[in-house]
Structures are given as structure tokens and as C-alpha cells.
Design a protein around this ligand. Structure first.
Ligand code: HEC
Ligand code: HEC
Length: 336
């Protein structure tokens, strides 16, 4: 009997000790969890949007396979749709990711962070609401100087599936920092193509070539260095043909290997080299159906007619601030 009580007492002591230790452990775990939670939250809200990588594409579903095909079409557009494409011959041989770096995942690398969360989007250039596939086709017809894809084609569905997957964690209607193209500081004078030529020969020509025509890969499919002007480059209706877009892409990303934390060329050099590149010959596209409301043309849209009295030359090269100020004044008057 006494033995039984002893065992009972001992068990009680053991249980008490375990209980105290357990509570301590539980409390310290809680603290640890809180720390991890805080870290995860910080991860969920990075200062700039950073895309997902190819290895994160789900591999166990039909949807995953479609997303992966979309990724491949964006990374190796030329292989599928270029002049020697396996599916069709509808583009100039560039890859989407020549301009949307690493399949549209790089902060300020003209990435696709805001696409899933913001389309359909109203676009004054197209005089209406635009779906993701219509926006993609704009890049096919202008940036790739090619032909559009049917919106019901396997290829377009795959590209749209990839874009939706990539941006699915971005809350609807929001534009996280770092998406798209950087809006770099305006110059207070006109951008100078002559000065830009020197920037080009010093910082760009070694890769993009003396004639701006880039360098094809050894197999002739896709570019080691894509063209910046000439017949295989973007046409004069493309986003890059606006000097603010080109300069805003170049300063944080070029020469290749630069990132936005450490730009390699100055703000002024970026504007000047963009002015030089967009003064060289390139394919033309008929834009007579664009911009029905001419007052919505961006400040640096290079083709008139305009709702203001500034010349095509000033709209193209700047100085832009007077154009922006005049528009603001007009809007203020209209609101009164
Ligand atoms: C020559 C460079 C270039 C190439 C090549 C190119 N794009 Fe673009 N793309 C741009 C620019 C510049 C913009 C932004 C234009 C603007 O803001 O006015 C853009 C915008 C977009 C957008 C809208 C992004 C947003 O945030 O609203 C999508 C989607 C897109 N491109 C998809 C593609 C796809 C898919 C391809 C390949 C079929 C492609 N682009 C090829 C330069 C390019
Ligand atoms: C070390 C080689 C290198 C140098 C130097 C370089 N680039 Fe690039 N550039 C590239 C590569 C490679 C790409 C394509 C990126 C990709 O596909 O991931 C590219 C893409 C581009 C693009 C978008 C695609 C296109 O052809 O329209 C532009 C615009 C551009 N570079 C401009 C410049 C400018 C301006 C300079 C000089 C300030 C410059 N680059 C210097 C290698 C270079």
C-alpha cells in the first residue's frame, strides 16, 4: 500500500515538472511563432514586387502545364513564333523577355506584377477597355512588329495563364511598387540625341552593335543581344518608342547586369541615349485609329495632332515639364 502511494506521489511530481517545462516550452514557442509571423509578413509585403520563378510553377496539373507553356513562350518567343518558329512565323525574332526581363519578374525590369490585378484596364490609346490578351497582342503587333494571336489559341491562353499565375497574390486594383517601368526624373531641358550617340558608343555598342541590330544566337533563333533599331526592332507604335519608357527601362537595367539599386549611367545619359536610339530608323505601323481623344496622349507621345500648342519635336524630346504644366492648368480650369 505504502509502495503504491510512493509511486503515486512520484508520478505526481514528474507530471508537475513536465507541466511546468511544457508551459515554458509552449510560451517560448509562441514567442518564436510571433517572430516568424513578423518575418513572413515582411516577406508578404516586400518594398518592391518580386516575381515568382519558373521552378514555382505547379507541375502536377493541366493548369500547371499551361502556365509553364506560357512561361516558355515569353522566355523563348522566337523559338515558337519567330521567323523560324515551330508554331507560326508572326514576330520579329525578339523574345518578350528581352524587354520584360526574366519573364517579367524583375523589379523595374518592365515586369508583369500589376497585370493580373488590373486588367481589364481602360486604355486611351485603344479608346476602350482592354483585356490581358488584347494588351499582349499590342506587344505582338508593336513591340515585336508582328501579327496578333487569336485570343482562343492555345498559345494566347498559355500566356494569359502565366500572367494570371504570376500576379495572383497582388490584391485586385493595386499596383505594387517596382512594377512596370521606372518613372525616372525628368530633365529640365530637351534630351539630346547627339550626346546620346556618345553614350551609346561608350556603354551599349559593345553588345547591341554599331548598327543597333544586335546579335543573333549561333542557331539563328533569338538574340544574344537584341536589336535596338532597324528592321528587326520594335516599331514606331511601341511603348519603347516613347522616350520616357525607353529611358526608364534603360537606366535601372542597362548595360545588362545593372539593377535599379546601382544604375550604371546617369539620369541625363539615360534620356540622351533614349533620344538617340529613338531617332534611328525602325519599322512603321499605322496608328490612325489610336487616341481618338487627343487630349489623353502622354506628354512624350511623338506624333500629333495634340490638344496643346507644343510641337511634335518638343513632345518627342522635351523639355516635358512645360507640356505637363500646361495640361495641369487646362484640367484645373475645366474643373472650375
Ligand atoms: C521591345 C520591347 C518589348 C517587347 C519585345 C515586348 N514588350 Fe510588352 N511592353 C513593352 C513596354 C515598353 C510596355 C509598357 C508600355 C507602356 O507602359 O506604355 C509593355 C507592356 C506590356 C504589358 C502590359 C503591362 C502592364 O503592366 O500593364 C503586357 C501584358 C505585355 N507587355 C506583354 C508582352 C508579351 C507577352 C510580349 C511578347 C509576346 C511582349 N510584351 C513583348 C515592351 C515590350
Ligand atoms: C553586356 C551586354 C549589353 C550592354 C553593354 C547593353 N545591353 Fe541592352 N541588352 C542586353 C541583353 C542581353 C538584353 C536582353 C535581355 C534579356 O533577354 O534578358 C538587352 C536588352 C535591351 C533592351 C530591350 C530589348 C530591345 O532590344 O529593345 C534595350 C532597350 C536595351 N538593352 C538598351 C541598352 C542600352 C541603351 C544600353 C547602353 C546604355 C545597353 N542596352 C547596353 C545586353 C546589353
Amino acid at each position: 500500500m505504502r509502495k503504491n502511494i510512493l509511486i503515486w506521489l512520484l508520478s505526481l511530481i514528474v507530471l508537475l515538472v513536465l507541466g511546468i517545462k511544457g508551459t515554458e516550452f509552449y510560451l517560448s514557442q509562441k514567442k518564436e511563432d510571433k517572430k516568424i509571423d513578423a518575418l513572413l509578413k515582411a516577406d508578404e509585403m516586400p518594398e518592391v514586387w518580386i516575381g515568382k520563378s519558373k521552378s514555382q510553377i505547379p507541375t502536377d496539373s493541366k493548369e500547371g502545364a499551361l502556365i509553364l507553356y506560357g512561361y516558355n513562350l515569353i522566355a523563348n518567343t522566337s523559338y515558337y513564333l519567330g521567323p523560324k518558329g515551330t508554331i507560326a512565323h508572326i514576330t520579329n525574332g525578339m523574345n518578350c523577355q528581352n524587354c520584360h526581363l526574366q519573364a517579367g519578374t524583375v523589379p523595374y525590369g518592365n515586369n508583369f506584377g500589376k497585370v493580373a490585378a488590373n486588367y481589364p484596364e481602360y486604355r486611351a490609346r485603344n479608346n476602350g477597355w482592354q483585356s490581358i490578351s488584347a494588351r499582349v497582342n499590342d506587344c505582338f503587333e508593336r513591340s515585336m512588329n508582328g501579327k496578333p494571336l487569336d485570343s482562343t489559341s492555345h498559345e494566347m491562353k498559355a500566356i494569359v495563364a502565366y500572367l494570371n499565375w504570376l500576379g495572383k497574390d497582388v490584391p485586385k486594383g493595386t499596383k505594387p511598387p517596382g512594377t512596370g517601368i521606372m518613372k525616372i526624373k525628368l530633365l529640365d531641358k530637351a534630351a539630346n540625341p547627339e550626346a546620346g550617340k556618345l553614350v551609346y558608343t561608350t556603354h551599349c555598342q559593345s553588345c547591341h552593335g554599331a548598327n543597333g541590330n544586335g546579335l543573333l544566337n549561333a542557331d539563328g533563333i533569338g538574340y544574344a543581344y537584341p536589336p535596338l533599331w532597324g528592321k528587326n526592332s520594335y516599331n514606331d507604335g511601341a511603348g519603347m518608342y516613347r522616350i520616357s519608357n525607353l529611358a526608364g527601362f534603360v537606366q535601372p537595367n542597362m548595360p545588362f547586369g545593372t539593377n535599379y539599386h546601382h544604375p550604371a549611367i546617369t539620369n541625363e545619359d539615360a534620356w540622351n541615349v533614349a533620344a538617340f536610339i529613338n531617332s534611328q530608323p525602325r519599322p512603321h505601323i499605322n496608328q490612325s485609329n489610336d487616341w481618338k481623344d487627343i487630349s489623353t496622349k502622354p506628354f512624350d507621345f511623338p506624333f500629333g495632332p495634340y490638344a496643346d500648342s507644343f510641337s511634335e519635336h518638343q513632345h518627342k524630346y522635351g523639355p516635358y515639364q512645360p507640356i505637363i504644366n500646361a495640361k495641369k492648368e487646362k484640367m484645373a480650369v475645366a474643373l472650375h
